[in-house]
Write a protein that binds this ligand. Structure first.
Ligand code: G4P
Length: 526
Protein backbone atom coordinates (compact mmCIF):
# COMPACT_ATOMS: atom_id res chain seq x y z
CA UNK A 1 0.00 0.00 0.00
CA UNK A 2 1.40 3.31 -0.98
CA UNK A 3 1.69 6.14 1.49
CA UNK A 4 0.80 8.77 -1.10
CA UNK A 5 -1.91 10.39 0.95
CA UNK A 6 0.21 10.58 4.11
CA UNK A 7 3.17 11.90 2.15
CA UNK A 8 1.18 14.60 0.40
CA UNK A 9 -0.04 16.05 3.69
CA UNK A 10 3.37 16.29 5.32
CA UNK A 11 5.84 19.18 5.48
CA UNK A 12 9.15 18.84 7.29
CA UNK A 13 11.25 21.94 7.67
CA UNK A 14 13.72 23.81 9.85
CA UNK A 15 13.72 27.40 11.01
CA UNK A 16 17.16 28.97 10.89
CA UNK A 17 18.44 32.33 11.98
CA UNK A 18 21.23 34.21 13.59
CA UNK A 19 20.65 34.12 17.38
CA UNK A 20 18.06 36.65 18.56
CA UNK A 21 16.39 37.19 15.20
CA UNK A 22 13.26 35.52 16.57
CA UNK A 23 13.44 31.82 15.71
CA UNK A 24 12.11 30.67 19.08
CA UNK A 25 9.32 33.24 19.07
CA UNK A 26 8.25 32.31 15.56
CA UNK A 27 8.33 28.58 16.36
CA UNK A 28 6.13 29.18 19.33
CA UNK A 29 3.59 31.13 17.34
CA UNK A 30 3.47 28.46 14.67
CA UNK A 31 2.80 25.86 17.32
CA UNK A 32 -0.04 27.97 18.68
CA UNK A 33 -1.78 27.74 15.31
CA UNK A 34 -1.51 24.01 15.40
CA UNK A 35 -3.00 24.01 18.89
CA UNK A 36 0.18 22.20 19.84
CA UNK A 37 0.70 24.48 22.79
CA UNK A 38 -1.86 26.49 24.63
CA UNK A 39 0.10 29.41 25.93
CA UNK A 40 2.87 31.57 24.64
CA UNK A 41 6.17 31.12 26.42
CA UNK A 42 6.00 27.34 26.36
CA UNK A 43 8.84 26.88 23.89
CA UNK A 44 12.04 27.49 25.73
CA UNK A 45 14.83 29.16 23.93
CA UNK A 46 17.59 26.63 23.51
CA UNK A 47 20.31 29.15 23.00
CA UNK A 48 23.26 29.24 25.30
CA UNK A 49 23.70 32.83 26.22
CA UNK A 50 27.05 34.23 25.21
CA UNK A 51 27.94 34.86 28.83
CA UNK A 52 27.41 31.26 29.79
CA UNK A 53 30.20 29.60 27.88
CA UNK A 54 31.72 28.17 31.05
CA UNK A 55 28.54 27.36 32.79
CA UNK A 56 28.14 23.59 32.99
CA UNK A 57 24.62 23.79 34.21
CA UNK A 58 23.75 25.88 31.24
CA UNK A 59 25.07 23.18 28.92
CA UNK A 60 23.04 20.56 30.71
CA UNK A 61 19.98 22.74 30.71
CA UNK A 62 20.40 23.27 27.01
CA UNK A 63 20.68 19.56 26.37
CA UNK A 64 17.52 18.93 28.36
CA UNK A 65 15.63 21.50 26.37
CA UNK A 66 16.97 20.43 23.08
CA UNK A 67 15.72 16.88 23.44
CA UNK A 68 12.27 18.21 24.19
CA UNK A 69 12.25 20.56 21.26
CA UNK A 70 14.34 18.68 18.70
CA UNK A 71 11.30 17.94 16.62
CA UNK A 72 7.95 19.60 17.04
CA UNK A 73 5.11 18.03 15.13
CA UNK A 74 1.66 19.50 14.82
CA UNK A 75 -1.35 19.33 12.60
CA UNK A 76 -2.78 22.40 10.89
CA UNK A 77 -5.54 22.39 8.30
CA UNK A 78 -5.06 18.66 7.77
CA UNK A 79 -1.34 19.15 7.14
CA UNK A 80 1.19 17.36 9.32
CA UNK A 81 3.98 19.79 10.03
CA UNK A 82 7.32 18.77 11.49
CA UNK A 83 9.52 21.63 12.66
CA UNK A 84 13.11 20.60 13.22
CA UNK A 85 14.82 22.69 15.83
CA UNK A 86 18.31 23.96 15.21
CA UNK A 87 20.70 25.08 17.93
CA UNK A 88 21.18 28.80 18.14
CA UNK A 89 24.75 28.84 19.38
CA UNK A 90 27.32 29.03 16.65
CA UNK A 91 29.53 26.42 18.30
CA UNK A 92 26.78 23.93 17.51
CA UNK A 93 26.60 24.87 13.88
CA UNK A 94 27.48 21.40 12.75
CA UNK A 95 24.37 20.06 14.52
CA UNK A 96 22.41 22.55 12.50
CA UNK A 97 24.03 21.41 9.25
CA UNK A 98 23.11 17.84 10.04
CA UNK A 99 19.56 18.76 10.97
CA UNK A 100 19.24 20.46 7.60
CA UNK A 101 19.82 17.10 5.94
CA UNK A 102 16.57 15.91 7.52
CA UNK A 103 14.58 18.99 6.47
CA UNK A 104 12.94 19.42 3.07
CA UNK A 105 12.79 23.19 3.26
CA UNK A 106 13.72 26.05 5.58
CA UNK A 107 12.34 29.32 6.82
CA UNK A 108 15.05 31.89 7.45
CA UNK A 109 14.26 34.53 10.05
CA UNK A 110 15.90 37.93 9.62
CA UNK A 111 15.81 40.79 12.10
CA UNK A 112 14.60 43.87 10.23
CA UNK A 113 17.08 46.11 12.05
CA UNK A 114 20.10 43.86 11.71
CA UNK A 115 19.55 42.49 8.24
CA UNK A 116 21.62 39.51 7.14
CA UNK A 117 23.97 38.41 9.95
CA UNK A 118 27.00 36.12 9.73
CA UNK A 119 25.38 32.93 10.94
CA UNK A 120 22.50 33.35 8.54
CA UNK A 121 25.02 33.60 5.75
CA UNK A 122 26.72 30.34 6.70
CA UNK A 123 23.47 28.45 7.12
CA UNK A 124 21.92 29.66 3.90
CA UNK A 125 25.11 28.75 2.08
CA UNK A 126 24.56 25.16 3.18
CA UNK A 127 20.93 25.33 2.03
CA UNK A 128 22.02 26.58 -1.35
CA UNK A 129 24.59 23.82 -1.63
CA UNK A 130 21.89 21.29 -0.88
CA UNK A 131 19.32 23.10 -3.06
CA UNK A 132 16.90 23.37 -0.18
CA UNK A 133 13.94 25.67 -0.88
CA UNK A 134 14.10 28.78 1.31
CA UNK A 135 11.36 31.10 2.54
CA UNK A 136 12.47 34.33 4.22
CA UNK A 137 10.58 35.92 7.10
CA UNK A 138 11.66 39.43 7.97
CA UNK A 139 10.82 39.88 11.60
CA UNK A 140 10.35 42.65 14.18
CA UNK A 141 8.59 45.10 11.88
CA UNK A 142 7.14 46.67 15.00
CA UNK A 143 10.60 48.12 15.49
CA UNK A 144 12.49 50.59 13.35
CA UNK A 145 14.76 48.86 10.90
CA UNK A 146 16.24 48.83 7.44
CA UNK A 147 14.33 49.85 4.38
CA UNK A 148 12.53 46.89 2.78
CA UNK A 149 14.16 47.40 -0.63
CA UNK A 150 17.57 47.58 1.00
CA UNK A 151 16.85 44.31 2.81
CA UNK A 152 15.87 42.55 -0.38
CA UNK A 153 19.16 43.69 -1.93
CA UNK A 154 21.03 42.40 1.07
CA UNK A 155 19.32 39.01 0.79
CA UNK A 156 20.40 38.79 -2.81
CA UNK A 157 23.93 40.00 -2.31
CA UNK A 158 24.91 38.41 0.99
CA UNK A 159 22.87 35.22 0.78
CA UNK A 160 23.01 34.74 -2.96
CA UNK A 161 19.25 34.16 -3.02
CA UNK A 162 16.97 35.35 -5.77
CA UNK A 163 14.04 36.77 -3.92
CA UNK A 164 10.56 37.98 -4.61
CA UNK A 165 8.40 39.57 -1.91
CA UNK A 166 5.00 38.00 -1.41
CA UNK A 167 4.04 40.55 1.16
CA UNK A 168 5.11 44.13 1.65
CA UNK A 169 5.30 46.27 4.80
CA UNK A 170 3.61 49.61 5.17
CA UNK A 171 5.95 51.57 7.42
CA UNK A 172 7.80 50.07 10.33
CA UNK A 173 8.48 50.72 14.01
CA UNK A 174 6.09 53.38 15.31
CA UNK A 175 4.68 53.87 11.80
CA UNK A 176 4.06 50.23 11.10
CA UNK A 177 0.58 49.94 9.66
CA UNK A 178 0.60 46.41 8.38
CA UNK A 179 1.55 44.31 5.38
CA UNK A 180 0.02 44.09 1.96
CA UNK A 181 -0.12 40.60 0.55
CA UNK A 182 0.97 41.00 -3.04
CA UNK A 183 -0.25 37.59 -4.07
CA UNK A 184 -3.72 37.56 -2.57
CA UNK A 185 -4.05 41.36 -2.77
CA UNK A 186 -5.09 41.80 0.81
CA UNK A 187 -4.08 44.30 3.39
CA UNK A 188 -3.39 43.02 6.91
CA UNK A 189 -3.65 45.79 9.42
CA UNK A 190 -1.28 45.71 12.32
CA UNK A 191 -2.33 45.93 15.91
CA UNK A 192 0.24 45.36 18.60
CA UNK A 193 -0.44 42.41 20.86
CA UNK A 194 -0.72 38.68 20.51
CA UNK A 195 -3.99 38.61 18.67
CA UNK A 196 -4.54 35.56 16.56
CA UNK A 197 -7.19 37.05 14.28
CA UNK A 198 -5.73 39.64 11.96
CA UNK A 199 -7.78 42.36 10.38
CA UNK A 200 -7.61 41.63 6.68
CA UNK A 201 -9.10 43.77 3.95
CA UNK A 202 -9.30 42.83 0.27
CA UNK A 203 -7.65 45.42 -1.94
CA UNK A 204 -7.65 44.27 -5.51
CA UNK A 205 -6.96 47.72 -6.73
CA UNK A 206 -4.54 49.86 -4.81
CA UNK A 207 -5.74 53.00 -6.58
CA UNK A 208 -8.98 52.67 -4.60
CA UNK A 209 -9.12 55.86 -2.52
CA UNK A 210 -10.46 53.79 0.35
CA UNK A 211 -6.83 52.83 0.99
CA UNK A 212 -6.31 56.26 2.54
CA UNK A 213 -8.93 55.46 5.15
CA UNK A 214 -6.77 52.65 6.41
CA UNK A 215 -3.28 53.88 5.80
CA UNK A 216 -3.56 57.67 5.71
CA UNK A 217 -0.59 59.29 4.04
CA UNK A 218 1.21 55.99 3.86
CA UNK A 219 -1.22 54.79 1.20
CA UNK A 220 0.76 56.68 -1.42
CA UNK A 221 3.95 55.06 -0.21
CA UNK A 222 2.45 51.61 -0.65
CA UNK A 223 1.27 52.44 -4.19
CA UNK A 224 4.69 53.71 -5.19
CA UNK A 225 6.44 50.72 -3.70
CA UNK A 226 4.15 48.33 -5.53
CA UNK A 227 4.88 49.98 -8.84
CA UNK A 228 8.59 49.77 -8.20
CA UNK A 229 8.38 46.15 -7.10
CA UNK A 230 6.42 45.05 -10.13
CA UNK A 231 9.22 46.28 -12.36
CA UNK A 232 12.03 44.67 -10.41
CA UNK A 233 10.94 41.38 -8.91
CA UNK A 234 9.58 38.40 -10.82
CA UNK A 235 6.14 36.89 -10.30
CA UNK A 236 6.29 34.11 -7.80
CA UNK A 237 6.29 30.63 -9.35
CA UNK A 238 6.00 27.70 -7.01
CA UNK A 239 8.07 25.49 -9.31
CA UNK A 240 10.99 27.94 -9.14
CA UNK A 241 10.80 28.02 -5.37
CA UNK A 242 10.78 24.23 -5.20
CA UNK A 243 13.80 24.23 -7.50
CA UNK A 244 15.39 26.68 -5.05
CA UNK A 245 15.68 29.26 -7.80
CA UNK A 246 13.57 31.82 -6.01
CA UNK A 247 12.83 32.59 -2.38
CA UNK A 248 9.58 34.25 -1.38
CA UNK A 249 9.89 36.92 1.31
CA UNK A 250 7.32 37.72 4.00
CA UNK A 251 7.31 40.53 6.55
CA UNK A 252 5.84 40.49 10.03
CA UNK A 253 6.37 40.46 13.74
CA UNK A 254 6.61 37.11 15.47
CA UNK A 255 6.29 38.62 18.93
CA UNK A 256 3.02 40.31 17.97
CA UNK A 257 1.89 37.25 16.10
CA UNK A 258 1.56 39.41 13.04
CA UNK A 259 2.08 37.95 9.61
CA UNK A 260 2.68 34.50 11.10
CA UNK A 261 -0.62 32.97 10.04
CA UNK A 262 -0.07 34.33 6.58
CA UNK A 263 3.37 32.76 6.51
CA UNK A 264 1.99 29.44 7.69
CA UNK A 265 -0.92 29.45 5.23
CA UNK A 266 1.43 30.12 2.35
CA UNK A 267 3.96 27.67 3.67
CA UNK A 268 1.58 24.71 3.68
CA UNK A 269 0.57 25.53 0.13
CA UNK A 270 3.99 25.90 -1.39
CA UNK A 271 6.49 24.02 0.78
CA UNK A 272 7.68 20.68 -0.57
CA UNK A 273 6.12 17.43 0.54
CA UNK A 274 8.70 14.93 1.85
CA UNK A 275 11.48 14.54 -0.68
CA UNK A 276 13.50 11.50 -1.58
CA UNK A 277 17.19 11.27 -0.84
CA UNK A 278 20.30 10.29 -2.77
CA UNK A 279 22.04 7.13 -1.61
CA UNK A 280 25.26 5.49 -2.68
CA UNK A 281 23.24 3.05 -4.80
CA UNK A 282 20.37 5.05 -6.18
CA UNK A 283 17.88 7.82 -5.51
CA UNK A 284 15.24 6.70 -3.05
CA UNK A 285 11.73 8.03 -3.64
CA UNK A 286 9.40 8.61 -0.70
CA UNK A 287 6.58 6.66 -2.37
CA UNK A 288 8.57 3.44 -2.38
CA UNK A 289 7.03 0.69 -0.29
CA UNK A 290 9.97 -0.48 1.71
CA UNK A 291 11.30 1.42 4.63
CA UNK A 292 14.47 3.46 4.43
CA UNK A 293 15.68 6.19 6.76
CA UNK A 294 18.80 7.75 8.21
CA UNK A 295 19.97 8.94 11.60
CA UNK A 296 20.78 12.64 11.67
CA UNK A 297 20.98 13.26 15.35
CA UNK A 298 21.76 11.30 18.48
CA UNK A 299 20.87 12.50 21.90
CA UNK A 300 22.30 10.99 25.03
CA UNK A 301 20.14 10.33 28.02
CA UNK A 302 20.25 13.09 30.55
CA UNK A 303 20.31 10.58 33.36
CA UNK A 304 23.91 9.46 33.88
CA UNK A 305 22.71 6.13 35.31
CA UNK A 306 21.29 5.18 31.95
CA UNK A 307 23.71 5.31 29.14
CA UNK A 308 21.05 4.85 26.51
CA UNK A 309 20.39 7.38 23.85
CA UNK A 310 17.76 8.48 21.39
CA UNK A 311 18.66 8.26 17.74
CA UNK A 312 16.56 10.52 15.51
CA UNK A 313 15.66 8.76 12.29
CA UNK A 314 14.28 10.65 9.32
CA UNK A 315 12.02 8.29 7.41
CA UNK A 316 12.75 8.60 3.70
CA UNK A 317 10.48 5.92 2.22
CA UNK A 318 8.03 3.24 3.29
CA UNK A 319 6.41 2.98 6.69
CA UNK A 320 8.39 2.55 9.86
CA UNK A 321 6.63 0.01 12.06
CA UNK A 322 7.00 -0.89 15.69
CA UNK A 323 8.47 -4.31 16.55
CA UNK A 324 9.59 -4.95 13.01
CA UNK A 325 13.04 -6.05 11.97
CA UNK A 326 15.11 -3.57 10.01
CA UNK A 327 18.61 -3.80 8.67
CA UNK A 328 21.20 -1.55 10.29
CA UNK A 329 23.27 -1.35 7.13
CA UNK A 330 26.63 -0.31 8.59
CA UNK A 331 26.57 -3.06 11.19
CA UNK A 332 24.85 -5.51 8.85
CA UNK A 333 22.49 -6.69 11.55
CA UNK A 334 18.79 -6.72 12.17
CA UNK A 335 17.29 -4.49 14.83
CA UNK A 336 13.73 -3.97 15.99
CA UNK A 337 12.27 -1.30 18.16
CA UNK A 338 9.56 -1.82 20.72
CA UNK A 339 8.95 1.79 21.59
CA UNK A 340 9.69 4.13 18.71
CA UNK A 341 8.60 7.64 19.66
CA UNK A 342 6.99 10.35 17.63
CA UNK A 343 7.23 13.98 18.54
CA UNK A 344 3.81 15.54 18.46
CA UNK A 345 2.90 18.72 20.22
CA UNK A 346 6.17 18.62 22.10
CA UNK A 347 5.21 15.38 23.73
CA UNK A 348 6.84 12.11 23.05
CA UNK A 349 4.55 9.17 22.51
CA UNK A 350 5.07 5.63 21.35
CA UNK A 351 3.82 5.14 17.81
CA UNK A 352 3.02 2.15 15.66
CA UNK A 353 3.57 3.66 12.25
CA UNK A 354 5.70 6.50 10.98
CA UNK A 355 5.59 7.93 7.45
CA UNK A 356 8.09 9.54 5.10
CA UNK A 357 9.00 13.03 6.22
CA UNK A 358 8.47 12.12 9.85
CA UNK A 359 11.13 11.81 12.46
CA UNK A 360 11.07 8.87 14.80
CA UNK A 361 13.05 8.62 18.02
CA UNK A 362 14.70 5.23 18.49
CA UNK A 363 15.93 4.01 21.78
CA UNK A 364 19.60 3.15 21.28
CA UNK A 365 22.12 1.41 23.44
CA UNK A 366 25.09 2.47 21.37
CA UNK A 367 24.45 0.96 17.96
CA UNK A 368 23.94 4.12 16.02
CA UNK A 369 26.10 6.88 14.82
CA UNK A 370 25.21 9.93 12.79
CA UNK A 371 24.54 9.04 9.17
CA UNK A 372 23.53 5.42 9.79
CA UNK A 373 20.91 3.99 7.46
CA UNK A 374 18.05 1.58 8.21
CA UNK A 375 16.41 -0.42 5.42
CA UNK A 376 14.35 -3.56 4.94
CA UNK A 377 17.40 -5.36 3.60
CA UNK A 378 18.88 -3.25 0.85
CA UNK A 379 22.54 -2.42 1.38
CA UNK A 380 22.32 1.29 0.71
CA UNK A 381 23.72 4.27 2.58
CA UNK A 382 22.23 7.73 2.40
CA UNK A 383 24.60 10.46 1.37
CA UNK A 384 24.80 14.07 2.35
CA UNK A 385 25.54 13.88 6.05
CA UNK A 386 29.17 14.89 5.96
CA UNK A 387 31.47 15.91 8.76
CA UNK A 388 33.22 19.12 8.01
CA UNK A 389 36.89 19.70 8.60
CA UNK A 390 36.95 21.05 12.17
CA UNK A 391 38.26 24.47 13.04
CA UNK A 392 39.68 23.95 16.50
CA UNK A 393 41.93 21.19 17.71
CA UNK A 394 43.33 19.92 20.98
CA UNK A 395 45.14 16.82 22.13
CA UNK A 396 43.02 14.81 24.51
CA UNK A 397 44.88 13.01 27.30
CA UNK A 398 43.75 10.64 29.98
CA UNK A 399 43.81 12.36 33.35
CA UNK A 400 43.00 9.22 35.33
CA UNK A 401 45.09 6.21 34.26
CA UNK A 402 42.83 3.84 36.18
CA UNK A 403 39.93 4.67 33.94
CA UNK A 404 41.33 4.55 30.45
CA UNK A 405 38.68 2.08 29.25
CA UNK A 406 35.87 4.38 30.33
CA UNK A 407 37.61 7.27 28.64
CA UNK A 408 37.98 5.39 25.38
CA UNK A 409 34.34 4.33 25.45
CA UNK A 410 33.17 7.83 26.31
CA UNK A 411 35.17 9.41 23.53
CA UNK A 412 33.93 6.80 21.10
CA UNK A 413 30.28 7.38 21.92
CA UNK A 414 30.52 11.15 22.00
CA UNK A 415 32.08 11.08 18.54
CA UNK A 416 29.25 8.84 17.29
CA UNK A 417 26.83 11.44 18.56
CA UNK A 418 28.66 13.95 16.42
CA UNK A 419 29.85 16.16 19.27
CA UNK A 420 33.32 16.40 17.70
CA UNK A 421 35.73 14.47 15.53
CA UNK A 422 38.58 12.28 16.63
CA UNK A 423 41.88 11.90 14.82
CA UNK A 424 44.77 9.72 15.88
CA UNK A 425 48.31 10.73 14.94
CA UNK A 426 49.84 7.95 12.87
CA UNK A 427 53.28 8.67 14.14
CA UNK A 428 52.57 9.55 17.73
CA UNK A 429 49.35 7.66 18.34
CA UNK A 430 48.14 10.72 20.24
CA UNK A 431 44.46 11.47 20.06
CA UNK A 432 43.31 14.79 18.72
CA UNK A 433 39.82 16.22 19.10
CA UNK A 434 38.62 18.55 16.39
CA UNK A 435 35.56 20.75 16.86
CA UNK A 436 33.81 23.64 15.19
CA UNK A 437 33.56 25.66 18.40
CA UNK A 438 35.31 26.12 21.72
CA UNK A 439 32.28 25.11 23.70
CA UNK A 440 32.49 21.50 22.57
CA UNK A 441 35.72 20.96 24.50
CA UNK A 442 33.93 21.94 27.66
CA UNK A 443 30.96 19.76 26.79
CA UNK A 444 33.24 16.77 26.15
CA UNK A 445 35.17 17.18 29.38
CA UNK A 446 32.02 17.63 31.40
CA UNK A 447 30.14 14.76 29.84
CA UNK A 448 33.09 12.35 30.05
CA UNK A 449 33.24 13.03 33.74
CA UNK A 450 29.51 12.88 34.45
CA UNK A 451 28.37 10.18 32.10
CA UNK A 452 31.44 7.96 31.78
CA UNK A 453 33.21 8.64 35.03
CA UNK A 454 36.40 9.41 33.12
CA UNK A 455 38.70 12.35 33.32
CA UNK A 456 40.43 14.03 30.45
CA UNK A 457 42.85 16.87 29.95
CA UNK A 458 43.28 18.92 26.81
CA UNK A 459 46.62 20.10 25.52
CA UNK A 460 47.26 22.63 22.82
CA UNK A 461 48.25 21.63 19.35
CA UNK A 462 49.26 23.89 16.54
CA UNK A 463 46.93 22.86 13.81
CA UNK A 464 45.17 24.89 11.17
CA UNK A 465 43.07 22.37 9.29
CA UNK A 466 42.67 18.69 8.57
CA UNK A 467 42.13 17.52 5.04
CA UNK A 468 41.16 14.04 3.94
CA UNK A 469 43.35 13.02 1.03
CA UNK A 470 43.40 10.40 -1.71
CA UNK A 471 45.28 9.83 -4.92
CA UNK A 472 45.69 7.32 -7.72
CA UNK A 473 49.32 8.29 -8.06
CA UNK A 474 50.94 5.77 -5.74
CA UNK A 475 54.42 7.23 -5.93
CA UNK A 476 53.23 10.70 -5.03
CA UNK A 477 51.11 9.35 -2.23
CA UNK A 478 54.04 7.41 -0.79
CA UNK A 479 56.30 10.44 -1.02
CA UNK A 480 53.70 12.59 0.70
CA UNK A 481 53.21 10.02 3.46
CA UNK A 482 56.94 9.78 4.03
CA UNK A 483 57.70 13.47 4.08
CA UNK A 484 54.66 14.46 6.11
CA UNK A 485 54.69 11.40 8.36
CA UNK A 486 54.44 13.45 11.55
CA UNK A 487 51.47 15.35 10.14
CA UNK A 488 49.31 12.46 9.13
CA UNK A 489 46.52 11.11 11.26
CA UNK A 490 43.59 8.77 10.78
CA UNK A 491 39.94 9.57 11.47
CA UNK A 492 37.57 7.24 13.27
CA UNK A 493 36.95 5.28 10.10
CA UNK A 494 40.67 4.78 9.56
CA UNK A 495 40.89 7.23 6.68
CA UNK A 496 44.00 9.31 6.41
CA UNK A 497 43.98 13.04 7.00
CA UNK A 498 46.69 15.62 6.52
CA UNK A 499 47.08 17.88 9.55
CA UNK A 500 48.20 21.20 8.13
CA UNK A 501 49.60 23.52 10.75
CA UNK A 502 49.12 26.67 8.69
CA UNK A 503 47.34 27.88 5.56
CA UNK A 504 50.79 28.07 3.98
CA UNK A 505 51.57 24.42 4.73
CA UNK A 506 48.27 23.38 3.21
CA UNK A 507 48.80 25.49 0.13
CA UNK A 508 52.32 24.22 -0.47
CA UNK A 509 51.19 20.63 -0.10
CA UNK A 510 48.39 21.22 -2.59
CA UNK A 511 50.79 22.94 -4.99
CA UNK A 512 53.47 20.31 -4.74
CA UNK A 513 51.37 17.17 -4.78
CA UNK A 514 49.19 17.93 -7.74
CA UNK A 515 47.89 14.38 -8.07
CA UNK A 516 46.65 14.26 -4.51
CA UNK A 517 43.11 15.40 -3.92
CA UNK A 518 42.48 17.13 -0.60
CA UNK A 519 38.97 17.28 0.87
CA UNK A 520 37.45 19.33 3.65
CA UNK A 521 34.29 17.36 4.20
CA UNK A 522 34.23 13.71 5.09
CA UNK A 523 31.93 12.76 2.25
CA UNK A 524 33.99 12.67 -0.88
CA UNK A 525 34.43 10.62 -4.00
CA UNK A 526 31.13 8.85 -4.25
P1 G4P B 1 16.19 33.33 18.60
O1 G4P B 1 15.43 32.10 18.98
O2 G4P B 1 16.30 33.54 17.13
O3 G4P B 1 17.50 33.47 19.27
O4 G4P B 1 15.32 34.60 19.08
P2 G4P B 1 14.12 34.70 20.11
O5 G4P B 1 12.86 34.18 19.53
O6 G4P B 1 14.55 34.21 21.44
O7 G4P B 1 13.96 36.28 20.12
C1 G4P B 1 15.01 37.14 20.50
C2 G4P B 1 14.43 38.40 21.12
O8 G4P B 1 13.68 39.12 20.13
C3 G4P B 1 13.45 38.13 22.25
O9 G4P B 1 13.58 39.19 23.18
C4 G4P B 1 12.12 38.23 21.57
O10 G4P B 1 11.08 38.56 22.47
C5 G4P B 1 12.38 39.33 20.58
N1 G4P B 1 11.46 39.30 19.43
C6 G4P B 1 11.13 38.24 18.65
N2 G4P B 1 10.25 38.61 17.68
C7 G4P B 1 10.05 39.94 17.85
C8 G4P B 1 9.24 40.91 17.18
O11 G4P B 1 8.54 40.62 16.22
N3 G4P B 1 9.32 42.18 17.64
C9 G4P B 1 10.09 42.56 18.70
N4 G4P B 1 10.08 43.83 19.08
N5 G4P B 1 10.85 41.66 19.37
C10 G4P B 1 10.82 40.37 18.95
P3 G4P B 1 14.51 39.08 24.46
O12 G4P B 1 14.27 40.31 25.23
O13 G4P B 1 15.90 38.74 24.08
O14 G4P B 1 14.00 37.81 25.14
P4 G4P B 1 12.74 37.62 26.05
O15 G4P B 1 13.24 37.95 27.39
O16 G4P B 1 11.67 38.56 25.54
O17 G4P B 1 12.42 36.19 25.84
Amino acid sequence: MSNKKEISRRRTFAIISHPDAGKTTLTEKLLLYGGAIQVAGAVKSNKIKKTATSDWMEIERQRGISVATSVMGFEYKDTMINILDTPGHQDFQEDTFRTLTAADSVIVVIDVAKGVEPQTEKLVKVCRMRKTPVIVFINKLDRPGKDAFELLDELEQKLGLHVTPLSWPVGMGGNFKGVYNIHSKRLNLFQAGSQVVEEVIEFDDLTNPDLENYLGEQAGELREDQELLAGVYPEFEKADYLDSKISPVFFGSALNNFGVKELLDNFIQIAPTPLGRESDLRFVEPEEDSLTGFVFKIHANMDPNHRDRIAFLRVVSGTFKRNTNYLHVRQNRKLKFSSPTAFMAQKKSVVDEVFPGDIVGLHDTGNFKIGDTLTEGEQLHFKGIPSFSPEMFKYIENADPMRSKQLAKGIDQLMDEGVAQLFTGKHTNRKIIGTVGALQFEVIQYRLEHEYNAKCRFEPIRLYKTAWFVSDNKAQLEDFRKRKASQIAVDKEGREVFMADSPYALQTAQDKYTDIRFYFTSEFEG
